[in-house]
Design a protein. Structure first.
Length: 128
């Protein structure tokens, strides 16, 4: 039997019933401050997500700074990383984190082989 997820002693069902401001009391100080300041933005985002999910359209956002609250759990969101949208499924373990943490902006560089003139030895070669 799988262990049921709890966050600070509360199950996900109990957390979903709480108001966003009530949930903020269970967060650490930095996230709590962010949630209380972003209350209107979070509520608008959740309302927008519910409208778009009913129509079957993917939810796209640039709002990487929003803190994940329990009512966002089970949403599928496309988060912009500066180049493209990264599909993210919100799960209970993400509570209290920001959306941007799950859409990495920097990737590992994969260099190809150097071209002609890139090194001193290749500068002497003919271009033909």
């Amino acid at each position: 039997m799988a262990k049921e997820f709890t966050f600070r002693g509360k199950t996900i069902k109990e957390l979903k019933e709480l108001d966003t401001r009530e949930f903020a009391k269970f967060l650490k100080s930095r996230q709590r401050r962010a949630v209380l300041r972003q209350f209107d933005a979070i509520e608008n985002f959740i309302a927008r997500c519910k409208r778009k999910e009913n129509k079957g359209k993917p939810i796209r956002t640039h709002l990487r700074h929003l803190v994940i609250v329990p009512r966002m759990v089970d949403f599928t969101i496309n988060i912009y990383n500066g180049k493209e949208y990264v599909r993210v499924n919100i799960i209970p373990e993400m509570l209290g984190h920001r959306l941007g943490e799950f859409s990495v902006t920097r990737t590992k560089v994969q260099h190809g082989s150097p071209g002609i003139g890139a090194t001193r030895s290749s500068a002497a070669l003919s271009v033909k």
